[in-house]
Write a protein that binds this ligand. Structure first.
Ligand code: DAH
Length: 350
């Protein structure tokens, strides 16, 4: 009897070791340990054996059953691990492959692209790019820039105030003062960024973008301003462009000018090839692109102790709207198109 038990055990152990799938292993479990299997039957029959055999046979059969259960569990764990390994191997995904269909990568928003282009032009001319706070002190936004206490832009109907003396900057010009406080002359900087005004129609949004420019040294003149802006205009609007300066007024420059670029739709003639009036420049041959001027001595006086003695230094400043530059260049009729985020509009500038 005991020999038979050992034989069953040896046979079963061999078969379990050779099983290659979990299903085969389960079959072996039923065959050797199931209700109708020989070994459990032997165990059940132990009670009927002569008393002197019961102990030894019972022990041998029990040990054999436990040994087989343990073998099956161990082999099961092995097979499970192997199957998992194989599945992982088979299902391996290369996440670096392009999707199918490949996802579109997208492109820069026209305003970002325009801003970067403007930055590139001025970097090429030796200007540094700096950014400043959009939440600004009224002192920097107005007072230090020589604005009269009664200047209309100070009104709450025109400007977003956070408190009596803190506001959303209405232009990038306050960076002139902030940077002169931090850097002694000579400096040549541009300051791109967002600005805010209480305005909303086809040519005004409450938030828009400007690029400010500032160059200060002992000998900077209006001719430097004109040459710089001519280089800028030619880079952005084409090599044949010219610029002209018209007298204007800004509180923080003296003299102040508005700067026009010769019209690139009619090549500055004001008329189209068919003789009709040019609609872009309204027949004038010129398009206004920005405001500029020589830094007002009162602005230097504000930063005098930082190395800007108005008797010693002079410089130019300018400020332009990025939206305006992009609209002119691409013939965009409505400022709000930049912010509607209609992909059909934006895609044209990819
Ligand atoms: N800050 C002016 C504006 O927002 C633009 C401007 C004009 C900036 C003349 C300048 C300047 O630096 O010299 O309308």
């Amino acid at each position: 009897m005991i020999d038979r038990i050992e034989q069953i055990r040896a046979e079963a152990e061999r078969a379990i070791g050779a099983a290659t799938t979990l299903a085969a292993l389960e079959e072996l479990r039923v065959r050797h340990l199931g209700r109708k299997a020989e070994l459990p039957n032997l165990l059940r029959g132990v009670a009927e054996l002569p008393p002197e055999q019961r102990g030894a046979v019972g022990r041998a059969a029990n040990e054999a059953r436990q040994a087989l259960e343990a073998r099956i569990a161990a082999r099961g764990a092995e097979l499970e691990a192997a199957e998992l390994r194989e599945r992982l191997e088979r299902d391996r995904a290369d996440v670096t492959l392009p999707g199918s269909p490949a996802a579109p990568i997208g492109h820069l928003h026209l305003l970002t692209a325009t801003r970067r282009e403007i930055e590139d032009v001025f970097c090429g001319l030796g200007f540094e790019v700096h950014e400043g706070p959009e939440v600004e002190l009224a002192t920097y936004n107005f007072d230090a820039l020589n604005h009269d206490p009664a200047h209309p832009a100070r009104a709450r109907t025109d400007t977003f105030y956070v408190s009596d003396d803190v506001l959303l900057r209405t232009h990038t010009s306050p960076m002139q003062v902030r940077m002169m406080q931090q850097h002694p002359p000579p400096i040549a900087h541009i300051y791109p960024g967002r600005v805010y005004r209480r305005d909303s129609d086809a040519t005004h949004t409450p938030q828009f973008h400007q690029v400010e420019g500032l160059a200060v040294d002992v000998d900077i003149t209006l001719a430097d301003l004109k040459g710089t802006l001519l280089a800028f205009a030619r880079s952005i609007f084409g090599d044949e462009r010219n610029v002209r300066l018209r007298p204007h007024f800004f509180p923080f420059t003296e003299p102040s000018v508005e700067v026009d670029v010769s019209c690139f739709a009619c090549r500055g003639t004001g008329a189209m090839a068919d003789g009709s009036r040019c609609r872009l420049c309204k027949g004038t041959g010129w398009i206004e692109i920005l405001g500029a001027g020589m830094v007002d001595p009162n602005v230097f006086a504000y930063v005098r102790e930082h190395g800007y003695d108005p008797e010693q230094v002079q410089g130019f400043a300018f400020g332009m709207g990025i939206e305006r530059i992009a609209m002119l260049r691409h013939g965009i009729p409505d400022l709000r198109l930049f912010y509607d985020n209609d992909a059909r509009f934006l895609r044209q500038f990819g």
